[in-house]
Design a protein around this ligand. Structure first.
Ligand code: FAD
Length: 453
């Protein structure tokens, strides 16, 4: 018998229920990745993610080869590509991870119909992408939690599934032919500081994280200059690392840092269970508030380019452009600045993030944007983050700003957060813009728009 393990957001050998079942249940297995025309058409395969994905596929192939197998890659509509491989190899079962987006669900339905017609069984595996499957814990009479704290209580009590070891050997039938693997070098428009992708790089980073910086995560995660978060998000997005394994390994280590880290992993599951229940929330307001968003093209462009005149906002936006990644505190600030200070539709910001973020993820990105914009699950939808106060708290010495905004690198200490206070020739020498907006006026405008006094 032959089975197909169709990889999607689970590009790993360790703790992969899809690959585990495919290898266990058949004599030979086709480890398949289809570069999906459908995803390409949506524009979701932005350069940074394409480059990281190429690394992931090359690494997955190398890992399979060490076990006697190899990765089979096709470029096609995912259902057509999978069915072609099933026909060529005579496979009688196909395994895939359950997805949460509308697109993933539709893919699953189309596979079910197409494979059913040729007598090939479809096996959909839960808790591959998330630690707990969406829908496993729900409040009475509802299909998802809309508030994180009660969700987290139930999430902790439910317990995450045990982890699986990777296969020792993988036998691939000769009839399974592959297109050449994509490479990072083929992708243009990649951010210069983009991290290396793949399970090997992810496991290396995970090991150093667990044995070092995680201990201080509880107190240090908001320190922008300290850069003291795990940076594991792209590896989780592509499934190079398993969320369930991360929960177990962090808990094994223990301590307040591990607890805080596990809580963030639960946030990831939380947003996934919201999107699974409300796939429309990818682009529609989760809780419409009647916002009549502003749309000033110059202000939006200044935000995108990191030229708003607010150093902390600009530093974060430039980190995004350079690395394809941004610190969570930066993400919250720039999203609040766009949606509340400039009062621009959150979809404009979410789109820009998806164009650049290497971890750009429909559930996490869209629902975090909605959370910050106040159209989502935040229980304080009208809070506005002030870049000056955020600077004092999370970049008190200004080191983060100096790192990312070279025009301001000559300013000492916290003065870097308020360059407009300079006068005379000192100000004239700075090639840095005036603020695009007055914070007090912007706040009053937002409060009027939301009908707050
Ligand atoms: P850590 O602080 O080390 O956290 C560990 C892991 O927990 C992360 O890798 C991530 O998987 C998860 N996590 C942490 N915070 C959150 C959160 N608020 N929501 C969901 N999961 C979380 N995360 C993405 O993975 N993809 C996105 O597209 C994305 N877009 C965002 C957009 C906005 C406007 C905001 C405010 C947040 C967004 N996040 C997104 C969440 C968060 O900022 C990133 O997951 C985090 O910064 C990644 O860095 P890290 O791996 O070092 O995180």
């Amino acid at each position: 018998t032959v089975s197909v393990a169709l990889f999607t957001s689970d590009l790993r050998l360790h703790d992969n229920p899809v690959l585990h079942a495919a290898v266990r249940d058949a004599d030979a297995v086709v480890p398949l990745f289809v570069q999906d025309d459908g995803i390409r058409r949506t524009g979701f395969d932005a350069p940074n993610r394409r480059a990281f994905l190429a690394d992931c596929l090359v690494d997955l192939d190398a890992g399979l080869r060490r076990r006697g197998g190899r990765l089979v890659v096709r470029s096609a509509d995912v259902v057509a590509g999978a069915c072609a491989v099933v026909a060529e190899t005579g496979a009688d079962s196909l395994h895939i991870a359950a997805g949460v987006s509308g697109y993933a669900r539709e893919r699953e339905e189309r596979l079910r119909t197409a494979l059913g017609a040729v007598g090939c069984a479809l096996h959909v595996h839960d808790a591959v992408v998330t630690a707990l499957p969406p829908g496993l814990v729900v409040p009475a009479g509802r299909d998802h939690f809309a508030v994180f704290t009660p969700y987290f209580r139930r999430w902790e009590a439910a317990g995450v599934r045990g982890t699986l070891t990777g296969p020792r050997t993988v036998r691939v039938p000769d009839t399974a032919t592959s297109a050449p693997l994509p490479t990072r070098a083929e992708v243009t428009g990649v951010s210069p500081g983009l991290a290396e992708g793949g399970e090997t790089a992810g496991r290396r980073l995970l090991t150093s994280w667990l044995h070092g910086p995680m201990a201080d995560y509880g107190t240090g995660h908001d320190d922008l200059a300290g850069d003291a978060t795990s940076r594991l998000s792209p590896f989780l997005h592509f499934g190079c690392l398993s969320a369930a394994e991360l929960v177990h390994r962090a808990r094994e280590k223990g301590g307040p840092g591990a607890d805080a880290f596990v809580r963030q992993l639960a946030w990831r599951d939380f947003h996934h269970q919201v999107l699974a229940a409300r796939p429309d929330a990818a682009w529609a307001d989760y809780r419409p508030r009647g916002d009549r968003w502003r749309s000033d093209p110059d202000e939006i462009e200044a935000w995108r380019a990191g030229l708003t005149g607010y150093p902390l906002v600009d530093a974060a936006m430039r980190q995004l452009a350079h690395e394809g990644w941004m610190h969570n505190r930066g993400r919250m600030l720039v999203a609040s600045f766009l949606t509340k200070t400039l009062y621009v539709d959150w979809r404009v910001g979410a789109r820009h993030f998806l164009d650049l973020l290497v971890d750009g993820d429909l559930a996490n990105n869209q629902l975090n944007w909605q959370w910050v914009a106040g159209t989502g699950t935040d229980t304080r939808p009208n809070r506005v983050l002030n870049p000056l106060i955020q600077g004092k708290r999370f970049d008190p010495r200004g080191a983060y700003v100096r790192r990312w905004v070279p025009e301001l690198a000559g300013l000492d200490g916290a003065a870097v957060h308020e360059p407009w206070k300079l006068t005379g020739p000192d100000r004239a020498r700075l090639a840095y813009p005036e603020p695009v907006v007055d914070l007090a006026e912007a706040r009053a405008r937002f409060e009027r728009a939301r009908g707050l006094g």
